[in-house]
Design a protein around this ligand. Structure first.
Ligand SMILES: [Zn+2]
Ligand SMILES: [Zn+2]
Length: 156
């Protein structure tokens, strides 16, 4: 893929859309932008970017091989952002989306409502599928320093 090609997320040219985020030249300004860049990262097998944009306290629990396999074994057709709620509270946002993909046999739509957390000016994805080894009274997975129960537990 060259930079002049269309971005997988559907918002114009890759070089002016998700590429600067993948190259760490820019950071996502909104949860929606982060979500789009994560979709594009799946489409382009930028696995490190997927890992690095997941909540800090969850990154070690991610299965890199499984993510790489999921990324490679599907053809990523189109992203539709259904809704973006940028301020659930000061540091949390919601993005509902449909990721259209083809697994080689048939087309699928992955419909998800994702939650994101803002930590030190950067957005991170809160992965609801991970087994969290954390109690409600422990410091939150996002790094905020608040108790988990008073922070991301409400959104995961
Ligand atoms: Zn994009
Ligand atoms: Zn948190």
């Amino acid at each position: 893929m060259t930079s002049s090609q269309n971005c997988p997320c559907g918002q114009g040219q890759y070089a002016a859309c998700c590429q600067p985020l993948h190259l760490k030249q820019q950071i996502a300004q909104t949860a929606e932008q982060l979500m789009r860049s994560r979709y594009s990262a799946f489409a382009l097998q930028q696995i490190d970017y997927i890992l690095q944009t997941t909540a800090l306290g969850q990154q070690l629990a991610l299965d890199r091989a499984a993510i790489a396999d999921w990324s490679q074994s599907n053809q990523w057709l189109k992203l539709e952002v259904v809704q973006h709620q940028p301020k659930l509270d000061k540091t949390h946002a919601l993005v509902e989306f449909k990721a259209h993909y083809h697994d080689g046999m048939q087309a699928h739509i992955h419909h998800e409502i994702s939650h994101f957390v803002l930590h030190q000016q950067q957005w991170y994805f809160l992965d609801p599928t991970l087994d969290l080894q954390i109690t409600m009274k422990q410091p939150c997975i996002c790094g905020s320093g608040k108790k988990f129960k008073q922070c991301c537990a409400q959104f995961i």
